[in-house]
Design a protein around this ligand. Structure first.
Ligand code: MN3
Length: 376
């Protein structure tokens, strides 16, 4: 039995992970769960999975849960989340928090020697080298949950990272693939939330529409697989069947394919190096007929170039890129700014930024706060 703890158990990745666990009760047991405000969903999860430890955002919700489940340990707030990451008893901690707030819990989990199934890409975008070095120092595995990085990880099995020549990250292109800059100006929140292939949370769905998601994934791949950004290419592949590819030094290319369903990469991270059965549909090649590949239009989708620029310049730039993006996506969701304002403002904030060296966690957190303060 593998002991699993989940940060962000009521979100899209968290609920799909629990769905996998519920169908494989002989393989997994759940030790800790955390959520923000979806306490009703968490309550059902506590009844179904019987964890020892939970954490919620608000103290009043924690008090209610404590009354209802007497033997359950209930924590709350950011400090509670940190405590869960550090003390939850588990073989794998699934971090499916959204945004940069996943960074500190990842760090705590690494320090306490836990292997991490990482769905929170902002951890590596902002923490980068610092997080990878800490993981190495503590002998901790970081197993990718993001579908592209899971594909690369799968294509690497039996091979060596040293022999990688190039990584091809595939992108669906999102709902606005083929749009001109002019057309992008008029898009609505409802349109941006309608992803053609993947069903995901709202932050990542907006990031997919701006293509910032792919930019963040380039940075994530840079750190996960220790490869310079000039050897990471983005290919728009609208069918979302090839989830990414690795080209080796002998020019052999290994790809991972499958239906676009997050339960596959989630399962693989939880059961690695084994695989388990699931009810995900198989790829029907004859009804697909063909797979297509295009260049991303970075003149229209500026975020992708901005992410490459941030990782190439290094230092504090990726933290700035991420902080600005998180604030602006939230403002777009709240109807305060237009879709195109997201990329325009990130570009301006990056131009104005004077680079700072990142030595430790406190540098990352203070740059993040500074950028949020400017935009909020
Ligand atoms: Mn992805």
């Amino acid at each position: 039995m593998k002991k699993i703890s989940i940060l962000g158990s009521t979100g899209s990745i968290g609920t799909q992970a629990l769905d996998i666990i519920s169908k494989n009760r002989d393989k997994f047991t759940v030790k800790a769960l955390t959520c923000g405000k979806r306490v009703e969903v968490l309550t059902k999860q506590i009844e179904a999975f019987n964890p020892d430890l939970v954490c919620v955002e608000e103290e009043r919700d924690a008090i209610k849960l404590k009354k209802r489940f007497r033997r359950l340990e209930v924590l709350w707030g950011e400090s509670g989340l940190k405590e869960v990451a550090s003390k939850a008893e588990c073989d794998i901690l699934l971090n499916s928090l959204v945004g940069m707030r996943g960074l500190v819990p990842t760090y705590e989990a690494i320090k306490s020697g836990k292997n991490i199934a990482l769905a929170n890409k902002e951890t590596l975008v902002t923490g980068g080298k610092f997080i990878i070095d800490e993981a190495k120092k503590n002998g901790v595995k970081i197993l990718p949950v993001d579908s592209e990085h899971s594909a690369i990880f799968q294509a690497l099995q039996g091979n060596s990272e040293k022999d990688i020549k190039r990584i091809y990250l595939t992108a669906s292109g999102g709902p606005f693939r083929g749009y001109t800059l002019k057309e992008l100006e008029g898009v609505t929140l409802e349109q941006a939330l309608r992803h053609p292939n993947w069903s995901m949370g709202s932050k990542i769905t907006i990031d997919s529409a701006t293509m910032m998601n792919k930019g963040l994934e380039v940075i994530e791949a840079r750190w996960l697989f220790d490869i310079e950004p000039e050897y990471i290419d983005v290919i728009v592949h609208k069918e979302s069947i090839i989830h990414s590819m690795v080209e080796y030094k002998d020019h052999s290319i290994i790809a991972q394919l499958g239906a676009p369903d997050m339960r596959v990469p989630i399962s693989y991270a939880l059961t690695y190096p084994e695989r388990i059965r699931n009810d995900v549909p198989t790829v029907d090649f004859f009804s697909l007929g063909s797979l297509t590949f295009e260049k991303a239009d970075t003149k229209v989708f500026r975020c992708l170039d901005l992410a490459y620029e941030a990782i190439k310049k290094g230092k504090s730039y990726p933290v700035v890129l991420n902080a600005a993006n998180e604030v602006l996506v939230q403002q777009f969701i709240e109807g305060k700014i237009s879709f195109i304002d997201i990329q325009r403002t990130i570009e301006r904030v990056m131009e104005e930024h004077v680079a700072v060296n990142i030595i430790g966690l406190s540098d990352i957190l203070s740059i993040d706060q500074e950028i949020r303060g400017k935009l909020e």
